[in-house]
Design a protein around this ligand. Structure first.
Ligand code: BDP
Length: 327
């Protein structure tokens, strides 16, 4: 301690240096639901590093992994209130806040993942970004989340009739409750972090997800039948709070937008590899993976959901048509 510092006193020095740090570096609190080695989290970390370097430390994003800052519906609210600066969100639970994003949660709306990429990298992504920004969320790039299928602890699902009476966890969105309902099962919206124990104790019989989440969450240990229905293909965003975004200079916005686009490329490559690895890992652990006998039966069961959705959201019908046009 210098004479000057001892004159000021230790606590004053601590306060002054904290102020100096916050004036030169802006820590961005980032929410991630997945573990550190998951493609999305690795890509977020690569974004954080690139942003810190390219802004010369003016912005220093940090990643809080494993959902330790809360469930996704909580985190969406935290981002909108400014308690979080950035996040990787799945668009499923976003539908409750930004209704236009519900078009992504219509079962089978995308024919395959390439179709989803084309639409999200094109006008559909632009339209949804505009809707998100009205809700205080800046979507900078789109991550892949593969396609989701049902898994359970009872038996393989080969036709909707096999879901009769079974209880499935779904993400927080009423469309998923309807989806399970028309297939003959019962749906329970539940936070991701509660699913393992609920499967283990038999509170639910099954859930639905892509291979990487089914594997990394260890759900495969307690629900050993994975049936390939591919009923949902839901993109995810790398998102920043509008309040945080508006504090940046235009030059920094440009740097950060580019870093997010680069991170999405990283994520999509890692994703493709992880899907294969996760499938191999769960199969090696004894999971029975099956194709469904009649995929069309699952798709045609969704007709009433589309009819009801369009009846209550006529303004979104053109967006659904636009998605189809990318097929
Ligand atoms: C994973 C998504 C994650 C969701 C999770 C879930 O990446 O954002 O929270 O599914 O089912 O695939 O809740």
């Amino acid at each position: 301690m210098t004479k000057f510092q001892s004159f000021l006193g230790t606590s004053t020095v601590a306060i002054l240096s904290a102020l100096a740090v916050s004036a030169s570096a802006d820590e961005w609190r980032g929410w991630a639901i997945h573990p550190e080695d998951y493609p999305n989290t690795v890509a977020m970390q690569s974004f954080a590093d690139a942003v810190a370097t390219a802004t010369e430390g003016r912005v220093e994003p940090t990643v809080y992994a494993n959902g330790i800052l809360g469930s996704q519906p909580d985190a969406i609210e935290q981002l909108r209130s400014g308690a979080l600066d950035w996040a990787n969100f799945n668009m499923g639970p976003m539908g409750e806040i930004v209704p236009a994003t519900n078009v992504l949660s219509l079962p089978f709306v995308f024919a395959n993942v390439d179709h989803m990429h084309r639409a999200m990298d094109g006008d559909v992504g632009a339209t949804l970004s505009a809707a998100l920004s009205e809700a205080g969320i800046v979507a900078l790039s789109w991550f892949d989340s593969g396609s989701r299928s049902f898994y359970n602890s009872k038996h393989p699902i080969t036709s909707p009739a096999d879901m009769d009476g079974m209880k499935f966890r779904v993400m927080n969105n009423d469309l998923y409750v309807q989806m399970v309902d028309v297939l003959g099962g019962n749906a329970t919206p539940m936070a991701y972090g509660e699913v393992y124990q609920s499967l283990q104790t038999g509170v639910i019989d099954g859930a639905e997800n892509n291979y990487p989440s089914y594997e990394s969450s260890n759900h495969y240990e307690v629900a050993k039948y994975y049936s390939i229905t591919n009923h949902l293909i839901i993109p995810e965003c790398l998102c920043v709070a509008t309040s945080t975004w508006n504090e940046l200079s235009e030059a920094d916005q440009e740097i950060i937008r580019q870093a997010a686009i680069d991170a999405a490329k990283v994520q999509r490559e890692l994703w493709a590899a992880r899907e294969l690895e996760s499938r191999a890992k769960v199969e090696a652990a004894g999971v029975a993976v099956n194709e469904v006998a009649d995929p069309v039966a699952f798709q045609s069961a969704m007709e009433p959901i589309y009819a009801a959705f369009i009846a209550s959201n006529p303004d979104l019908e053109p967006l659904i048509a636009q998605i189809k046009s990318y097929q």
